[in-house]
Design a binder for this molecule. Sequence first.
Ligand SMILES: Nc1ncnc2c1ncn2[C@@H]1O[C@H](COP(=O)(O)OP(=O)(O)OP(=O)(O)O)[C@@H](O)[C@H]1O
Ligand SMILES: [Mg+2]
Length: 255
Amino acid sequence: MVLVRHPKLVVRNLSVYYGDFQALSSISLNIPSGAATAVIGGSGAGKSSLLRSLCRMNELWDNVRTEGQVLLDGHDIYGPDADVTEVRRRVGLIARHPSPFPKSIFENVAYGPRLHGVRDRRELDEIVKRSLKQAGLWNEVKGRLQEFALNLSPGQKARLCIARALAVQPEVLLIDDPAYNLDPVSAAKIEDLILELKQEYTLVLATNSMQQAGRVSDYIAFLSEGFLVEFGPTSDVFARPKDKRTEDYITGRFS
Ligand SMILES: Nc1ncnc2c1ncn2[C@@H]1O[C@H](COP(=O)(O)OP(=O)(O)OP(=O)(O)O)[C@@H](O)[C@H]1O
Ligand SMILES: [Mg+2]
């Protein structure tokens, strides 16, 4: 296994089943702290399943069974004393189709902090402003925070959902297919944002795009049919893939 000095998340023998179907097969992986790890692989490889398992969102489906361990700063998020709400606060997931709540821009961002007990209006104002700034959206929306969030453009909606995730001060951000269905300009903005966010957070990105993985990630985990085929620094995986399947994938040869 590749040596990772400060893993934020340690995944040990993680298996995920949907009914009888095994979507992840005994994955072991150390996710480095303060870096961006791209999870790549073809459709159905298990990228979204892996991301959802890292924040206990997979169990929202009732046919799911999870085996193995996921240690967050050394503590198993599946352990008997784990606090699921706290796990989900510390590890935020931004799904592939990030859809704002049918509420105002302000209420979308304030939602999480309110849920965690923040009542003071001034504090909420500050959190909303800080989160929108961090998500690179503040300048576009500062004069219209009470407007309906669903009227924003797709790229703005994606950044609003990132702001919503940031509002509860997570430590890890899991972003599933960041540029999915966005026009090139909006997608580039999201990539710039990812490059900024990785200065402060541990990021895990699921993507089908090798180009995107190459541009934004420090590490790559390559999944194929639920198995972890290869993990390493992005530059190494691109320059010297160890496994033929990785090589075929990054050179665009699919068999
Ligand atoms: N809730 C579910 N119930 C049953 N099977 C599921 C469920 N979610 C995912 N699967 C199956 O698990 C496998 C992995 O799916 P997953 O969505 O994790 O792949 P992915 O790599 O994210 O794919 P994509 O690139 O299309 O997003 C697929 O075969 C999928 O059909
Ligand atoms: Mg997916």
